[in-house]
Design a protein around this ligand. Structure first.
Ligand code: ATP
Length: 449
C-alpha cells in the first residue's frame, strides 16, 4: 500500500511559507517551471551540500567539476541525444491536448478509431504517435541559421566525459576515480507535472566513476548502488519508502549495460518513483566522443603500461526530486497532547532544515528581547537563525514547526537571573535548560549527526 497523498497540502505550504513558487506567477505561470523562495533555496542547497560533501569533500578518489550548460552541438550527436532522446507523442485533434503515447490513461490505440483521448474522452481523434525530441534548441551568435544551433543540456554527464582527460591529467588521478558535478539540465517534457517531480528545468547531481574494464567493474556497480541508497537513508528518508528497481531489457537506455533506479514512495497515486539512477555505461560515452571528436580519450595505465577506454559507473540524482522526497517524507499533521489545536510539522533531518534555530524572548520586556537579540546574533555566525518576538509563544513554535526548524530557544524570566535558556526539540517537544553560552555547541553537536 502506498503512503498518503500529501502533495496538494505541500504545494500550498511551500507557497505560503516561501519554499517554492510557480515561475512567472503574475503572468499566469510557466508550464512546469518553479522558483525556490527563501526557505526552499536553503533546503535545496543543504541537499546539494550533503551530496557534494559525501562524494567530493570526504573522498580523495572523486574530483569536482562545473562544466558549462552550452556545449558544442556535436556533443549531442555523439551522446545519441540528437537521434534518440525522444518520446512518442500523440495529439488530440478535438481538444488539442498532447500526451505521451505510453500514457496509461489512453484507452485503445492512438491513430485508430478506438483510440480514446484521456482528457476530452472523444474516440478516434488521437493522432499516430510521432517522435518528439526533448532537447531545447537555441542559437549561438547573432544570426539564426542552422549552423549556430546549440542545445540546452538535457543532462550534466556529457560535460564530465568531454573533460575526462583534462581532469585526469590535471589532478593525476588514477583509475578507478570519479568526477562529480551539480548543475542545471533542461528537458522539454511532454507530460511534466506533480509539482517539482518532473519539470522542464531542473538540477542534477551526477557522478561518473571510471574503472578498468579488465578489473572487477561489477564490484564498483554494486558498491555505488549500495552507497547511494545509504546516502538517501542518511537524509532521513524512511527505509520503508525506499527501494531498488532493476531495469528490464526493454527499459535499458541505449548506453546502459545494467541499470538500477533508487525509488522513493511519494504517496497517493504517484507511489514509488525514481529519484536516482545508477547505470553501468560501459565505454559507450568515451568511445563515441573519441569517434566524433577524432581525439584519443584513452587512459594510460602507468603500471601495466596499457592504454584503454575506462568503463563508467554513473550515479545520477535530481536535486529537485530529492527535495520533493525530503518534503513528502517530512510532512506530518499531529495532535499535541494537552492542546486542542493540532500542528503541522516538517520533520526534516536537522542538517536539511532551512532554519536551524528559532530564538524567542518570552515577553517583550525585562531585558528579554535584548538578551535574545544578542544570542541570535552570536548564533547567526554559525547557522541560519530566525528571531521572532511577536505573538504568543505557542504560535511562534507552530510557525517554526511548519518549516522544519529543529530547535527553538526561549529566553524567559530565569534567563535574566542565571543566563540559561530553554531549547525545545521540534519532534519530541521536550524542553531542556542549557547555559546560553553553550547553545551554539549544543546545536552544532546535533547537526553533525
Ligand atoms: P524519468 O524516467 O523520471 O523521466 P529518467 O530516467 O529520464 O527519469 P535520468 O535521465 O536517469 O532520468 O535522470 C536522472 C535523475 O534526474 C532522475 O532520477 C531524476 O531525479 C532527475 N530528473 C530527470 N528528469 C527530470 C525532470 N524532468 N524533472 C526533475 N527531475 C528530473
Amino acid at each position: 500500500m502506498s503512503s498518503p497523498d500529501v502533495l496538494e497540502k505541500l504545494v500550498s505550504l511551500c507557497k505560503r511559507r516561501g519554499f517554492i513558487f510557480q515561475s512567472s506567477e503574475i503572468y499566469g505561470g510557466t508550464g512546469s517551471v518553479w522558483d525556490y523562495g527563501p526557505l526552499g533555496v536553503e533546503l535545496k542547497k543543504n541537499i546539494k551540500d550533503r551530496w557534494w560533501n559525501a562524494l567530493v569533500r570526504m573522498r580523495d578518489d572523486i574530483e569536482g567539476l562545473d562544466a558549462a550548460i552550452l556545449m558544442h552541438p556535436k556533443v549531442w550527436e555523439a551522446s545519441g541525444h540528437v537521434a534518440g532522446f525522444t518520446d512518442p507523442l500523440v495529439d488530440c485533434r478535438n481538444c488539442k491536448k498532447r500526451f505521451r503515447a505510453d500514457d496509461a490513461k489512453i484507452k485503445g490505440t492512438p491513430g485508430t478509431p478506438d483510440g480514446q483521448c484521456p482528457a476530452c474522452g472523444t474516440k478516434g481523434t488521437l493522432s499516430e504517435p510521432r517522435l518528439f525530441n526533448l532537447m531545447f534548441k537555441t542559437f549561438m551568435g547573432p544570426v539564426e541559421d542552422s549552423a549556430a544551433v546549440v542545445y540546452l543540456r538535457p543532462e550534466t554527464a556529457q560535460g564530465i566525459y568531454v573533460n575526462f582527460l583534462n581532469v585526469q591529467g590535471s589532478t593525476r588521478q588514477k583509475v578507478p576515480f570519479g568526477i562529480a558535478q551539480i548543475g542545471k539540465a533542461f528537458r522539454n517534457e511532454i507530460t511534466p507535472g506533480n509539482f517539482i517531480f518532473r519539470t522542464r528545468e531542473f538540477e542534477q547531481m551526477e557522478m561518473q566513476f571510471f574503472v578498468d574494464p579488465e578489473a572487477d567493474h561489477m564490484h564498483w556497480f554494486e558498491y555505488w548502488k549500495a552507497e547511494r541508497m545509504q546516502w538517501h537513508r542518511s537524509l532521513g528518508l524512511d527505509e520503508a519508502r525506499l527501494q531498488y528497481h532493476a531495469h528490464s531489457k526493454e527499459e535499458l537506455a541505449h548506453y546502459a549495460r545494467v541499470a538500477f533506479d533508487i525509488q522513493f514512495d511519494f504517496g497517493g497515486t504517484l507511489g514509488f518513483q525514481e529519484i536516482e539512477g545508477v547505470h553501468h555505461r560501459g565505454d559507450f560515452d568515451l568511445g563515441r566522443h573519441q569517434e566524433f571528436s577524432g581525439k584519443k580519450l584513452e587512459y594510460i595505465d602507468q603500471v601495466s603500461n596499457r592504454r584503454y577506454l575506462p568503463f563508467v559507473i554513473e550515479t545520477s540524482v535530481g536535486a529537485d526530486r530529492t527535495t520533493l522526497a525530503a518534503l513528502v517524507n517530512a510532512y506530518r499533521e499531529e495532535s499535541v497532547p494537552g492542546e486542542t489545536e493540532g500542528r503541522t510539522v516538517l520533520a526534516l533531518h536537522p542538517s536539511l532544515a532551512p532554519v536551524k534555530a528559532g530564538v524567542f524572548p518570552l515577553v517583550k520586556k525585562d531585558g528579554m528581547p535584548e538578551f535574545a537579540t544578542k544570542l541570535a546574533g552570536e548564533l547567526r555566525a554559525r547557522f541560519p537563525v530566525f528571531y521572532d518576538e511577536s505573538g504568543a509563544i505557542g504560535r511562534r513554535y507552530r510557525r517554526q514547526d511548519e518549516v522544519g526548524t529543529p530547535y527553538c530557544i526561549t529566553i524567559d524570566g530565569q534567563t535574566t537571573q542565571d543566563s540559561t535558556v530553554t531549547i525545545r526539540d521540534r519532534d519530541t517537544l521536550q524542553q531542556e535548560r542549557v547555559a546560553a553560552d553553550r547553545v551554539g555547541e549544543w546545536i552544532a553537536q546535533r547537526l553533525a549527526t
